[in-house]
Design a protein around this ligand. Sequence first.
Ligand code: ATP
Ligand code: LTN
Length: 332
Amino acid sequence: MSNKRVLSGIQPTHDSFHLGNYLGALKQWVELQENNDAFYCVVDLHALTVETDPKLLQQRTLVSAAQLIAIGINPDKSTLFVQSQVPAHNQLAWVFECITGFGEASRMTQFKDKSKKGGAERTNVGLFTYPILQAADILLYQPDFVPVGEDQRQHVELTRDIAERFNKKFDKVFNIPQAQIIKSLAKINDLQDPTAKMSKSAASMSGVIELLDSADTTMKKFKSSVTDDGKEVRFDEKEKPGISNLLTIHSALSGKSITEVENDFSGKGYGDFKTAVAEVVISALEPIAKRTNELMSDRSELTKILKSGAIKANQVASETLKAAYSAIGLIS
Ligand code: ATP
Ligand code: LTN
């Protein structure tokens, strides 16, 4: 794939991204910007569906953008912006809400899961309309591809349905995008529970490697990672989920194949292996944390980057919005 328009987004709901986000999704964003016209968005409006202290939301939005730059999203190659700085997202979302069925939105599994977990008290209307705002995020930019994890497949399907319906009923305003389900990259599991995926919402952070963890913390987390009773460093997801997860992490960051890493550690103990994986991770994450901290300590550079991203995003988005408004009969 080359020279296509791609768009993706990530929520600023935590203080740091984790190794799963990085190796499973964000590293691919960096690769995609090389040959494509990429738009990447920190979706702070979506994060409002989870109640957060205003100062914390502001901090997390900035630190999320800073981490994206630190991992290699280059603002000269990609358009990096914050969703709330482009008003067309809300404007188009309303139009889409009026052409989406209540039943259709009720079938979204993420809504069903999250509203079940939170209970009626904590379920806000925003959580219900969340996928419709996501459809607006996507369709405003007329992308060819939307690189996302498997969990977002249904939302991209809804986005396509909304676009097709609009085009058919009114005018052909929207390009129909395809989900590009990120599969080729690693799926990273929790270091304490290597059969569960590494996740921001894990009960304990001791098995979650955050990009902004200190070297000390990272080393400790790897040293206390759960493995098995055996001795052999060998990839076997069934019998050795912990060792297999560590092999995946090492290979993803060192660029060596799993077999090469297995060979490097044949005859060596788990202790040496864990230390070596930690060292590979630390040397990959240290520059990321350093660059993030630099950007966070000089907010003016960061806000300048985001402002210019928002200007570029606004240009594209407002054009699409204008066409959609006009097609549906709103006067200009
Ligand atoms: P939660 O578990 O709280 O829903 P999360 O930690 O899975 O959150 P998301 O914000 O849902 O994080 O994910 C952002 C991106 O990172 C998605 O594209 C998702 O597929 C990817 N991702 C998240 N966790 C992992 C993981 N452990 N391995 C690989 N990719 C992951
Ligand atoms: N719902 C997505 C985040 C998201 C997104 C988007 C992804 C919001 N808007 C547009 C791709 C395109 C998530 O939770 N990962």
